[in-house]
Ligand binder design. Structure first.
Ligand code: F6P
Length: 454
């Protein structure tokens, strides 16, 4: 990566004294961040040298209030849109943005766009909601989004027409990969028209698959909700001789929820994630691993991410959701059937239970840790937006809040690196085989690691 790929675009020079500066003058406690204050991108350095030279240290722009801002608060209109699937903490972010704009900056026009990008399109006729502290004061206590959401692309020119018509100066898009792709397109159209409208992204996904940021909000709440479900699944498995409990958790293409939920409840014996293939049959295949586990301990808990094992459905028709994501086949039901049949065939009396908490793990309100995180994301988002930053996301990396370019975080989705501490922890905690593939273990494992890395 090059340093310039981490550069944040700006709408222009900041010439207006921030209202925060006026408040801070009396107390001198406030730390205003300069754009030159940077956070190191990779905290761990190896001695790797390319062409005899050490790699250059890459740095990111630090988030925080700026002393001078780009927009005049008394004449600023802000809009907030929430898109994609639900995620704990959306309302916390909306609340935090509204409170920061209203009380910290004195902005009085904050529009809530209803039902995702549809809310900009006249044909859908979803009116804007005027957001005030009174309207948002207790919304963080509820899951979901008070603005409503939707999936799918909308006409970008029509969206920018709408921004112009309503004199919107900064648009906050709260959403995952698809939403941020949309934000990037909106930004391009804005640039094409030579407009001074800021586009800000607050990454939202329980899957935690946004690249380069430590975690997305809502992820922690989701695996925390999954944790007691696994605890109880373990009881179901233990309650029967040769009991198997399979818990399927969300995670379309990345297995972070499954891996973290399993680590939080270390009774889990097998974790299956989209990043790592497994065979069903054969000496090293999953079915034989389950049989051996039952032979030794007479119960087995399996946590499977919804996107795992999809190659076992090859030949079956794929369909897509409105965002263009491939809808996965139900790996949980499939495993229940395959495991029950196999144990029957080998003459092992067993009881296989399948638990699918489905949407329950994402529609709840944020837990306290996510609430704090969401609050900070909203505050930092407001500071950056007022300072005229554009086409950026706010995220945390190396324990610091930073701005990252939208283009950089959408270039690729984050996946579990099988060489990471996280996956090593899963292997060590569960004791599951490093590979459940039949071909020569080393070769295949190395190959699958390479695929995941590339
Ligand atoms: O992207 C988050 C997520 O919850 C995924 O884990 C899941 O596959 C998907 O959304 C389901 O979303 P929906 O059914 O709302 O389209």
């Amino acid at each position: 990566m090059k340093q310039k790929e981490l550069a944040i675009k700006s709408l222009g020079p900041c010439r207006i004294k921030s209202p925060l500066k006026t408040r801070a003058e009396s107390i001198k406690l406030f730390h205003f961040v300069e754009d030159s204050e940077q956070v190191i991108f990779d905290v761990v350095r190896t001695n790797h040298k390319e062409n005899g030279k050490r790699d250059k240290l890459l740095t990111m722009e630090m988030a925080g209030p700026r002393e001078k801002i780009f927009f005049d608060p008394s004449k600023t209109t802000v809009a907030i849109v929430t898109c994609g699937g639900l995620c704990p903490g959306i309302n916390d972010v909306v609340r935090s943005l509204v409170m920061a704009f209203w009380y910290r900056y004195g902005v009085r026009k904050i529009l809530g766009v209803q039902y995702g990008y549809q809310g900009f399109i006249p044909e859908h006729a979803h009116p804007f909601i005027e957001l005030t502290p009174k309207i948002v004061s207790d919304i963080h206590q509820f899951g979901g989004t008070i603005l409503g959401s939707s999936r799918g692309e909308q006409d970008v020119e029509a969206i920018v027409d709408c921004l112009e018509r309503h004199g919107i100066n900064i648009l906050y898009t709260i959403g995952g990969d698809g939403t941020l792709h949309g934000a990037n397109e909106i930004h391009r159209e804005i640039e094409k028209r030579g407009l001074k409208i800021g586009i800000a992204g607050i990454p939202k996904t329980i899957d935690n698959d946004i690249n380069h940021i430590e975690k997305s909000f809502g992820f922690e709440t989701s695996f925390t909700i999954a944790s007691p479900i696994i605890r109880d699944a373990h009881m179901e498995a233990r309650g029967a001789y040769n009991g198997v409990a399979i818990v399927k958790l969300m995670g379309r293409d990345s297995g972070f929820i499954a891996a973290n939920a399993a680590l939080s409840m270390p009774e889990v014996n097998l974790v299956l994630v989209p990043e790592i293939e497994f065979d069903l049959h054969g000496k090293r295949g999953l079915l034989e691993v389950v049989r051996q586990r039952l032979g030794a301990k007479h119960h087995c808990v399996i946590v499977v991410a919804e996107g795992a094992g999809q190659r076992h459905f090859e030949g079956k028709r794929d369909s897509k959701d409105a965002s263009g994501n491939v809808l996965h086949h139900d790996i949980g039901i499939f495993l229940k059937k395959e495991i029950s049949n196999y144990l029957n065939e080998v003459g092992m009396d067993s009881s296989v239970k399948y638990i699918d908490p489905s949407y329950i793990i994402r529609s709840a309100p944020a837990n306290p840790s996510d609430s704090i995180f969401c609050n900070k994301l909203g505050l930092h988002g407001a500071h950056a937006g007022m300072a005229g930053k554009t086409n950026f996301v706010v995220g945390r990396r190396n324990n610091k809040f930073v701005h990252l370019p939208v283009e950089l975080v959408i270039a690729k989705r984050k996946k579990i690196d099988v060489r990471s501490d996280l996956w090593l922890n899963v292997l060590e905690t569960t004791g599951q085989p490093v590979s459940m593939k039949n071909e020569t273990e080393g070769d295949l494992y190395r190959k699958s690691m390479k695929d995941v890395k590339e």
